[in-house]
Design a protein around this ligand. Structure first.
Ligand code: PLP
Length: 489
């Protein structure tokens, strides 16, 4: 006789190791308490982790537990084992790299996404996952003053990717296919496609050229001017030279806010060149894009109407937990035609109807998280006005810091300060600057990183962590001055 599972065996009597909803509720409250306590005390913790390589692993048992452990033990180990190995990106004394923000609404939105456990590869695998994403991405077009063509109601549309690296790769691939009439997907690259970036473009474009089969030799790094922005006239000459050599120029990546110094590539002349030569223009606004929430900063994106694709990372400066990278295209058909494949097991009525977006066709991977929830929570919690307030405050603090640097004869600014990143250095040379940075970072009081501009070691102070306020920036400057005195003695 066939066994009727679920009728003759009550589910509750089956042996189970799962956490029950009641246990989840209890431990969930404990975890939220832990995070709230962390938020309260993070400011007092040394920003940069002090562990040595291998220290964390040395505290972990060699073998996994054969029997499950009490949840209390897991949480205890967050303090005992994990915290010493954490570099505190969420400290208000974080000024390194570009920020990677978190916020209460972002964390809670992400928790809900985990709770729902949705995999939103197709519209039909959770319509809300797709439709909220489309809607929030359309909201952002208006919030950032982006071209109307990026809206899903026009020819384009937006999708949330994991990172700016993936977004740039998708832009590059769509540009490649458009330039070769979608033949490269079929036949592979012919080695003649050429893409253009500047010497300051993020390294992810090099990786994208490697992955897309363009080849690093066919990625031209165009010279920059004294503000580290791409020179449009040099680009024009290079495109012409490449055409004359029988190559096929197809793609330009312009950066709005380079990683090293926040330089702004001139989108109008670059856009005009792309239009004239039929090249795909991708605009990488990974961090600085957030500033476009404020109309007074939008002059930096004059010319964005020429863009075929555009990307910014709310996970950098818009208080939305990693990962959340917003990517728009002006012509969604080009992107979809580049990335779509339809195996039998994914066929469904909604897809066949043509009435829905299936985001699996908009990025590299198939599966996808419900990322728009955290973005929706952030936007609704802060409101546009709240987001603008914090962005303006960060920019104001960075500008103030820059003015202190200008007025201290030992220091100099190493690049213009368009927004919230200050590149500066002691005039006395690389050794002193390296020493200042090492001493500050080892002190745990704050965290800074460096770059090289015109071959010289340069300190970078980026004001953008969610909770950074005037007092933190003032203290950072005092500490920098103290260390300057110590290393120059
Ligand atoms: C201008 C720019 N583009 C791209 C990236 C890469 O970002 P992601 O980590 O999202 O790939 C960064 C990272 O800082 C960046 O500054």
């Amino acid at each position: 006789m066939m066994k009727q599972t679920g009728i003759d065996v009550p589910v509750s009597q089956e042996k189970s190791f799962h956490m029950t909803p009641d246990e989840f509720r209890r431990y969930g409250h404990a975890v939220v308490d832990w995070i709230a306590d962390y938020q309260t005390r993070v400011e007092s913790l040394p920003v940069m982790s002090r562990v040595k390589p291998g220290d964390i692993r040395a505290m972990l048992p060699e073998r996994p537990p054969a029997q499950g452990e009490a949840f209390e033990e897991l949480l205890k180990d967050m303090d005992r084992v994990m915290l010493p190995g954490i570099t505190h990106w969420q400290s208000p004394n974080w000024f390194g790299y570009f920020p990677c923000n978190a916020s209460g609404p972002g964390i809670l939105g992400d928790l809900l996404s985990s709770g729902l456990g949705v995999q939103g590869m197709l519209w039909s695998t959770s319509p809300a996952c797709t439709e909220l994403e489309t809607h929030v991405m359309d909201w952002l077009v208006g919030m950032l003053g982006l071209p109307e063509k990026f809206r899903s109601s026009a020819s384009g549309g937006g999708v949330i990717q994991d990172t700016a690296s993936s977004a740039a790769l998708c832009g590059l691939l769509a540009g490649r296919e458009r330039a070769t009439n979608y033949v490269t997907n079929q036949k592979g690259c012919d080695g003649r496609l050429v893409a253009y970036v500047s010497t300051q473009t993020h390294s992810s474009l090099q990786k994208a050229a490697m992955i897309a089969g363009i080849g690093v030799d066919n990625l031209r790094a165009i010279e920059v001017d004294e503000s580290f922005a791409m020179k449009a006239d040099v680009l024009a000459r290079q495109i012409e030279a490449d055409r004359n050599a029988g190559l096929t120029p197809f793609f330009v990546c312009a950066t709005m806010g380079t990683t090293s110094s926040n330089a702004m590539d001139p989108l109008i002349p670059l856009g005009q060149l792309c239009r004239k030569n039929n090249l795909w223009l991708h605009v990488d606004a990974a961090m600085a894009g957030t500033a476009m929430l404020c109309p007074e900063f939008r002059h930096f994106q004059n010319g964005v109407e020429f863009a075929d694709s555009y990307n910014f990372n709310p996970h950098k400066w818009m208080f939305t937990n990693f990962d959340c990278s917003c990517f728009w295209v002006a012509d969604r058909k080009a992107l979809i035609q580049t990335l779509s494949i339809l195996p039998e097991y994914l066929r469904n009525q909604a897809t066949e109807s043509g009435a829905v977006i299936d985001y699996r066709d908009w990025h590299i991977q198939l599966g996808r998280r419900f990322r728009s929830l955290k973005l929706w929570f952030v936007i609704r919690h802060y409101g546009v006005g709240g987001l603008q307030h914090h962005v303006r405050e960060h920019v104001r603090l960075a500008q103030e810091f820059a003015s202190w640097v200008r007025h201290d004869a030992r220091f100099e600014l190493a690049a213009p300060v368009p927004l919230n990143l200050v590149c500066f250095r002691l005039k006395s040379g690389d050794t002193a600057n390296q020493a200042i940075m090492d001493r500050l970072n080892q002190s745990g009081d704050l965290f800074l990183t460096h770059t090289k501009l015109n071959g010289r070691l340069t300190l970078r102070l980026c004001v953008g962590q969610t909770t950074t306020q005037a007092g933190h920036v003032e203290r950072a400057w005092k500490r920098i001055q103290q260390e300057a005195e110590a290393v120059e003695e």
